[in-house]
Write a protein that binds this ligand. Structure first.
Ligand code: FPP
Ligand code: MG
Length: 334
């Protein structure tokens, strides 16, 4: 049941169908990365450990199910869904391997990062290898529309990361810029997973667009929660290096809220704490000034927005599961 996302309490038969499909996605993923070179295989095996929740593949599959007539069986989803799910996960893995270089992070998924174990050069090359394999696998579908969509989304997430780098140590960054970054670097791929899953099942365009908007809102909520965890989470529980945003001068939603406080004295003190990279003092200020609560409420708002997209469609078991997935992205613990 590796890779299942809070499914224990969900509808049993659809959870089993999904678990079986995810297992097959894992096989597609591993088959694509299998190399005759042990040096390459060792690195890929390490990265496969990062495949935890399989959020993106799950969304491809569930979106495909949500637009298909019930009852669902093994035939409802086909190899194309599984290939796109594996491609999305591989793109995601590539970005994580590169992201850990940018963030100088040592821990991911309770284990050492590629850059920590083998250095930045290997991590950069491995990220390149993963992204190249993702598009090699995607091309095997022989469907230029899918390649174009996933190529476009990969451009978009790189743009998000570039804008974020551009605004490093920019203490006047506003909320609109934060959302622009998050929408591009995280939500774009999640939204596209939903849209592609639906399109592969022959969904009407308006249904696919609605699932895309669901994914975008869910992705934004996910990243807000991720950014909160980076500031106030416990590394042992979260299982990855935290405090990286402060260290790297990336101002996320709780911090933009804190520095936008009107009182000049308060603002001055917040800037001092930020510039000194004083994580403990920053945590206290974020709680005391309601910035943690503000970010949590904003994430909840996006979860509501995601779920409201689903209300317009007939409620089946896959739709109910998508609703619960939206809730689960902000349940992640501190
Ligand atoms: C996570 O940020 C990072 C992303 C969602 C996108 C990263 C994208 C790149 C580094 C571009 C690389 C592109 C390719 C095509 C290989 P985070 O640091 O907030 O998340 P974390 O807490 O999981 O580290
Ligand atoms: Mg990071």
């Amino acid at each position: 049941m590796r890779g299942m996302l809070h499914l224990a309490h969900l509808d049993r038969s659809i959870a089993e169908l999904l678990a079986d499909q995810l297992e097959q996605v894992g096989v597609v993923f591993e088959r694509q990365l299998a190399s005759d070179l042990s040096a390459v295989n060792g690195l890929c095996l390490h990265v496969e450990r990062y495949r935890g929740k399989m959020l993106r593949p799950t969304l491809v599959l569930l979106s495909g199910l949500a637009v298909s007539e019930e009852p669902h069986d093994e035939e409802t989803l086909n190899e194309r869904h599984r290939v796109v799910a594996a491609v999305a996960e591989m793109i995601h893995m590539a970005t994580l391997v590169h992201d850990d270089v940018l963030d100088e992070a040592d821990v991911r998924r309770q284990g050492a990062t590629v850059n920590h174990l083998w250095g930045n050069e290997t991590a950069v090359m491995l990220g390149d290898y993963l992204i190249s394999n993702a598009f090699h696998l995607c091309s095997s579908l022989g469907d230029p529309a899918v390649n174009l969509a996933l190529g476009q989304v990969t451009n978009t997430l790189c743009e998000g990361e570039l804008v974020q780098l551009h605004h490093r140590n920019d203490y006047s960054i506003d909320e609109a810029t934060y959302f622009e970054i998050v929408r591009r670097k995280t939500a774009s791929l999640i939204g596209e997973c939903c849209r592609q899953g639906a399109l592969l099942s022959g969904a009407k365009p308006e249904h696919a667009e609605s699932l895309y908007r669901y994914g975008i809102a869910l992705g934004i909520a996910f990243q807000i929660q991720d950014d909160l965890l980076d500031l106030i989470g416990d590394e042992d529980i979260v299982g990855k290096s935290l405090g990286r945003d402060l260290e790297k001068g990336k101002l996320t939603l709780p911090v933009t809220h804190l520095v936008s406080q009107a009182n000049p004295e308060d603002r001055g003190e917040s800037l001092r704490v930020l510039k000194q990279r004083d994580a403990a003092a920053l945590r206290d200020r974020l709680r005391d000034h309601g910035s943690v609560a503000y970010a949590q409420e904003t994430a909840r708002r996006f979860v509501r927005e995601a779920k409201s997209e689903l209300e317009r469609w007939p409620s089946g078991r896959a739709v109910r599961m998508l609703q619960r997935m939206a809730d689960s992205v902000i349940d992640r613990s501190y």
